[in-house]
Ligand binder design. Sequence first.
Ligand code: TRP
Length: 336
Amino acid sequence: MARETWLTGITTSGTPHIGNYVGAILPAVKASHDTTRDGFYFLADYHALIKNQDSARLIQSRKEIAASWLALGLNVDHVTFYRQSDVPEIMELTWMLTCLASKGLMNRAHAYKALVQANLEQGGDQADPDRGVTMGLFGYPILMAADILMFKATHVPVGRDQVQHLEMTRDVAQRFNHIYGEHLVLPEAVVDEDTAVLSGLDGRKMSKSYDNTIPLFESAKKLRKSVMRIVTNSQEPGEPKETEGNTVFELYSAFATPEQTAALAQAYADGIGWGDAKQQLFELLDGQLAEPRERYEHLMAHPEEVDAILATGASRARALSQPFLQELRHAVGISV
Ligand code: TRP
């Protein structure tokens, strides 16, 4: 079997929360230790620019996300960890692909479609369907295709909502190969059906857009405060409680061993009070996060260590992207 190349992009917006940790970061960090395959992990800061015009926030988020992944044990000796913007060849490939991508297909990209839909719903007859739509947002899937095709990725782990972008990537790559010869590798989306989607403080899906997250590396004191803010019902201590659909229980079981989960289920049946249940959740989280939190704090205080790792990643990445882009420039007739 040919060697596989896995590629993971991380949009640098927001502060990582425990939902990201369980659903995306932890499985990806684990995968970085699998030396039977090659791995590319990058900070998608060009993507972050699409929705974020606050430059200070962008810098801060990139710092936090890089430090988080490193603190959690991303194996940077094996995989290539870099910033998208340190690989300018991606931009040039984006343009080559833009010239091949059909606009009709892009019209169907869900981030764009959702915005158009919202404009139509709000604006009635007078609505401008493209209100607030930049060319960056519209072309987002093409930039993503360039990220993937540049490093000849064979496997791209994504959430359900991104599967469509992988189809677009394959489509544009096929078109390129048809016109210019076989240069691009067609990637495949890998959707992990089992990864948990966690609930947030208010019981809705944990998401920065709902402002209901528990940040991954906040101090123990703040973490405890966040956990105590989780919304519960008004049942008193002593009353037996449902585990099903209960946020405290759900978060607990995402981090606990099966034995610990069974013990908490028993405590629910026995009528544990919400305060005690939350205290148990806090202790479990804090126990698992204390060590990486220390590494995270160290890295945040020593950004030069993070920058050095990213610089190594960038030079490894460019050792591949520069000659490959040269090959593609030659293929399309930009250079001889
Ligand atoms: N679009 C992805 C997200 O929102 C991030 C991303 C950018 C990405 N480029 C990628 C993911 C390439 C996989 C491959 O999370």
